[in-house]
Design a protein around this ligand. Sequence first.
Ligand code: HEC
Length: 188
Amino acid sequence: MKKLALVVAFGFALAGCGKHEKPNFNYMPDMHFSPAIKAQEGIQRLPVAGTIPRGYEPYPYQNLDPVQAGKLHINPLPRTKQALLRGQQLFNTYCIVCHGPYGEGDGYVVPKYPRPPSLQSDKVKNYADGSIYNVITLGQNLMSSYASQVAPQDRWAIIHYIRALQKAKNPTPDDLKYVEKRTQDLAR
Ligand code: HEC
């Protein structure tokens, strides 16, 4: 009897070894063969062909030079306080990690990620808004497109904010007069 018990135990032990490509003997198959469906398998509905998201504006260029783009697209968004605040929020969400708080290329991921060129450069200062729009929409070399993350109106808002950052670093005498007046008004 003892021998038999040993053989049986050994048999079980062996049964547990080897590759498990096929399940072993199913002695309680309760939920073993449940008709599992992978998440979203078969139930995901694709949008009808030609569907576009609300507010979608086609950008019919794959490869457009920023300078050229600057001549084609004019910022349609008025530079209001609301637009600037929106631009600030989005810049700080999507761009600051690489470009840094003032766009100087000192974002948190640098230098693990290659340092981007400064947005305070004469090149970008002299860019028309449409040129920056083009970079955000199509990407440029190492920088990928942000078209799917940032809606068109929001791209224009970010551009207003980049202009504000440029002004903040290089105020004109007129800007300074405004700041002085604001300070006096607030002190009253
Ligand atoms: C993952 C890092 C990263 C993020 C995030 C990022 N950029 Fe860039 N950006 C770069 C790099 C790198 C370049 C330089 C690409 C090249 O070599 O031409 C660049 C280039 C640019 C340029 C062109 C500068 C020039 O001198 O040609 C603009 C404008 C710009 N980015 C704006 C933005 C804006 C606006 C956002 C947010 C919507 C953003 N970037 C997000 C990395 C990033």
